[in-house]
Design a binder for this molecule. Structure first.
Ligand SMILES: [Zn+2]
Length: 369
């Protein structure tokens, strides 16, 4: 995993939902199953090699040759181009394994399935996918050949400008629905802070989907209860869709509440598993996308201890945050003891401070150069 701390968001993503015919769906499923099977077989090979101590699949060429064969193979049924996707997925998965300091066999399953990783199919080559926003159709290189499938853009999300170029696509199956996440280079990635740039810290959470902080406007919470909530009894598919719709709602309001050329600061978070009902990553994707359309940028700061750091004296302690009361009280200087300081607002302020500091450093480097 690469940390993005003190970096501008380089890419922006838009997830569209496929509207497959029954025949399309059958082919998507066949491709998905074949890809999953090939991932699991290559994972076993990669794991066995790692056990030996010297893993020949760490060389790209060897890995690609093997994965392509597994994809194509006798039973593989996929185009060799899928080897790229498989190697991408396995390398990333085992890198995280390494960072945790223990080697475990990684198995791939479907979204929400226990003890497995769910992974999107990576379309890395332009020849493997084409997306047309005029006709709302995409052409994907699937198991039995190329297929043109209709898609829809989630409501409230504008279409990307025609000048934006899609560089990758990721196919996902989530509770029976097919999604295609499109990746574009972020046009505001090069936007640097100036002296008078409006900088806004954004904390993400469960109770408050987002809490923003800037010196000009202070703190503002986008409370989960203020948005249409997923009904408890609904299917996983509907529940998941309503969470995504809520992310779009909140992210739209966050960007619309700030002028163009604002820089939003987000924590550089990484989660091993999707957290149920807590779609951090999707909110981030939508925020970056909507911000980019408004000439606003996103900058990442280090995520450590933002919720337990005292913005007054800098003291870091777990006990500073009173989870049950959603309150912050510094155990060292007593900040928050007399007047109530909301814990999420405090985190947003810390995120702002960290981002602002890093941006100022960037600015002084630029001035010095
Ligand atoms: Zn303090």
């Amino acid at each position: 995993m690469t940390m993005k701390t003190n970096e501008h968001a380089q890419y922006t993503h838009l997830t569209v939902e496929l509207v497959p015919t029954a025949e399309d769906a059958a082919m998507l499923q066949k491709t998905w199953d074949a890809h999953k099977r090939a991932c699991n077989r290559f994972s076993q090979k990669f794991y066995n090699e790692s056990l030996k101590g010297k893993n020949k699949y760490k060389t790209w060429k060897t890995a690609y040759a093997s994965a392509s064969w597994l994809a194509k193979g006798k039973k593989g049924g996929l185009h060799a181009v899928y080897g790229h996707s498989i190697v991408d997925i396995i390398k990333k998965a085992y890198k995280r394994n390494e960072q945790k300091g223990k080697l475990e066999l990684i198995l791939f399953g479907d979204y929400g399935e226990k003890n497995t990783k769910s992974s999107a199919i990576h379309f890395c080559w332009e020849s493997a996918f084409q997306v047309d926003f005029t006709t709302k159709k995409c052409r994907l290189d699937l198991a039995d050949g190329r297929r043109t499938i209709a898609f829809s853009i989630p409501s409230k999300l504008p279409e990307p400008p025609t000048s934006w170029k899609i560089i990758r696509a990721y196919l996902k199956l989530v509770y029976g629905s097919w999604y295609l996440t499109l990746t574009f280079p972020n046009p505001t990635a090069e936007m640097k802070a100036e002296q008078d740039t409006n900088v806004v810290g954004v904390d993400r959470g469960e109770l408050n989907i987002a809490t923003t902080f800037s010196p000009a406007k202070g703190a503002h919470s986008y409370k989960s209860i203020d948005y249409p909530r997923p009904c408890k009894g609904s299917t996983n598919d509907n529940y998941h869709k309503s969470l995504f719709a809520r992310d779009v709602h909140v992210a739209s309001e966050v960007v619309e509440n700030e002028p163009p050329y604002t820089i939003f600061i987000l924590e550089d978070l990484y989660f091993e598993k999707p957290i149920e009902g807590w779609s951090y990553r999707h909110f981030e994707d939508v925020l970056i996308y909507l911000a980019a359309l408004r000439h606003q940028g996103v900058f990442y700061c280090a995520p450590y201890n933002t919720s337990i750091t005292c913005p007054v004296c800098g003291h870091v302690e777990k006990a500073n945050r009173l989870h049950d009361e959603n309150r912050f009280i510094c155990q060292n200087c007593g900040y928050g003891a007399d007047e109530i300081v909301d814990d999420d607002e405090n985190a947003a302020r810390n995120i702002y401070n960290r981002g602002k500091e890093a941006l100022e450093k960037e600015l002084s480097n630029k001035v010095g150069a």
